[in-house]
Design a binder for this molecule. Structure first.
Ligand code: ADP
Ligand code: MG
Length: 292
């Protein structure tokens, strides 16, 4: 029997750390001996850069525009430790739908049965999650990915994007769509940031997979065009990415989240605004008392 390929999708707001986190997960899983393909589904097309020494690779849509017909091999590149890299690409600026790259690229790989041929253990989709339009929902909607994870910080816009994603997952869960594995909490450097994402996970019926701090090691590695796993394998940050990859590898059971309604999310946010004000007052008081 052919082995089962574990397909996971990582969503989140633009700039939140999806590609950084995804590439480190891919690198860590690859180092653990798994055959991995990272599928960039962001029109920005830079998902796989740190697996490729900082290079951009030709995207599926760009190649299609040039050639009319594309073989998967034309858009498949190797990166760190042999990881397969694909970028779906985006429309020409000002024209067309951003999700089309994903639809086209996914269909191409499906039709040509590439994942099976490559004998992969993992396909990891790195998907822009600001909007979960038809195109961006493809990995969820058609049950292509089995487990979805969201990268989120404690910032409201990031939580908002994750909550929207949860709505998409909930909608498609009734027709065989992918389910939610959990939240990868990124840039968590203060106790209150952890409290906020913890609380968001609690109210939406999901869990935190890992808390990833904002770290200069990640910045340095990116400036070298590398993942942290490659550039600083013995660092504290690499340990965190390794632990996250192991948890994802062991993860089997995903579930339907309970997204907040529009008003519920607003109420949740204002309640946190009050709590933060209290925290700030408390901190100021401690400071003042300390100065006396
Ligand atoms: P996205 O793919 O969600 O658009 P990126 O992964 O490209 O976001 O990250 C955006 C920027 O934030 C990059 O410069 C990246 O190096 C930085 N970044 C992301 N996560 C971290 C982190 N944990 N520590 C330091 N920098 C980070
Ligand atoms: Mg990205």
């Amino acid at each position: 029997m052919a082995k089962k390929i574990k397909q996971i999708a990582i969503y989140g707001k633009g700039g939140i750390g999806k590609s950084t986190t995804t590439s480190n997960i891919s690198a860590a899983l690859s180092k653990q001996g798994y055959k991995v393909l990272q599928f960039g589904c962001d029109p920005k097309s830079d998902s796989t850069n740190t697996l490729r020494g900082g290079d951009y690779i030709p995207t599926v849509l760009d190649t299609l525009r040039e050639k009319n017909s594309v073989k998967a091999q034309d858009v498949l590149f190797r990166g760190f430790n042999g990881i397969y890299c694909v970028e779906a690409g985006g429309p020409a600026p000002g024209v067309g739908c951003a999700g089309r790259g994903i639809i086209t690229a996914v269909q191409l790989f499906k039709q040509q049965r590439v994942f099976e041929e490559l004998d992969l253990d993992y396909v990891i989709y790195d998907v822009l999650g600001d909007v979960v339009c038809g195109g961006f929902a493809v990995p969820i909607r058609e049950g292509i990915a089995e487990h979805v994870f969201t990268v989120s910080s404690s910032d409201f816009m990031s939580v908002y994007a994750s909550n929207n994603l949860f709505k998409g997952i909930q909608k498609y869960s009734k027709s065989g769509g992918a389910l939610l594995g959990g939240i990868i909490a990124n840039s968590i450097n203060s106790p209150y940031a952890k409290d906020i994402v913890d609380d968001f996970a609690r109210v939406t019926n999901t869990k935190i997979m890992e808390y990833v701090p904002r770290s200069i090691t990640v910045t340095q590695s990116e400036l070298h065009g590398k993942t942290t796993i490659e550039n600083a394998p013995n660092s504290e940050q690499a340990k965190i990415y390794n632990r996250l990859a192991t948890k994802i590898n062991e993860h089997v059971e995903s579930r339907t989240p309970s997204p907040l309604g529009v008003q519920e999310l607003r109420d949740w946010a204002s309640q946190w605004a009050d709590k933060l004000l209290d925290l700030e007052k408390g901190a100021l008081l401690t400071q003042t008392v300390g100065n006396l």
